[in-house]
Design a binder for this molecule. Structure first.
Ligand SMILES: [Zn+2]
Ligand SMILES: [Zn+2]
Length: 233
């Protein structure tokens, strides 16, 4: 690798990811900046974690638009309150004339109350990611019918996401049994659940094919290909 290269040469465009990037110090003898389980960029020794973080653009959970449906107190109708780029708007007449209304007040009080019934951003994010991950997992199983069936398990979904694949290897045999893919808060290289599923499923495909469990180039390329299929890369 050319030692004159600075971080902007290596990572010209800032990379979006949910969690800050890390450095994987020794993957098959190489050093990588890791932005998500599919974005590995080889970096020389003199590049620091601060350099890598300067090329990071944080991805937020917040959707541009959120919507609540509030029952009208006076009639059997419903009003829609939307949060658009930080501003509440409602479809009722009160809002139209006053720029505020009781429906918006209701949403505001609901979302600031402790023990509210409305899911927090984090909970909603976890729910969305779990649903997406299960869908991706189903599609992958159909794409690779030769991979023996095993479950996708979620646990301890608080904190930094990661994933791993559990297998056993029979002595004196090339055969591996894949038990499951686990998504939890223990991972090192995968941060988003949907990426994790692609990363771990790529392991499953290669383990089934030739017993290889490493992060070699084939695995990196396969993960990238799968993630691309689901618009994650
Ligand atoms: Zn209203
Ligand atoms: Zn892995």
């Amino acid at each position: 690798m050319n030692d004159n290269k600075n971080i902007v040469d290596l990572i010209p465009k800032k990379i979006k990811s949910l969690y800050p990037p890390m450095i994987a110090p020794n993957l098959n003898g190489k050093r990588y900046a890791v932005f998500s389980s599919v974005k590995y960029i080889e970096i020389p020794e003199y590049i620091t974690i601060e350099d890598v973080r300067s090329r990071w653009s944080p991805l937020t959970y917040h959707k541009k638009t959120e919507e609540w449906v509030i029952r009208s107190s006076s009639s059997n109708t419903y009003h829609r309150v939307n949060l658009i780029n930080g501003k509440f708007i409602c479809d009722c007449m009160g809002y139209k004339y006053n720029g505020n209304c009781k429906h918006i007040d209701k949403v505001k009080s609901d979302i600031t109350k402790p023990n509210k019934n409305i899911m927090s951003f984090k909970d909603r994010y976890i729910k969305e990611q779990t649903d997406i991950s299960l869908k991706i997992f189903d599609v992958l199983k159909k794409m690779y019918p030769e991979v023996p069936k095993f479950p996708l398990i979620f646990k301890n979904l608080r904190g930094r996401m990661g994933g791993y694949i559990t297998t056993t290897h029979r002595r004196g045999s090339k055969k591996h049994t894949i038990h499951n893919i686990v998504i939890d808060n223990s991972g090192l290289y995968c941060f988003d659940m949907d990426y994790c599923v692609c990363h771990e499923f790529a392991h499953a495909i290669l383990i089934n094919k030739n017993g290889n469990k490493t992060h070699n180039k084939t695995h990196v390329n396969l993960t990238y290909m799968l993630a691309k299929k689901f618009n994650l890369a």
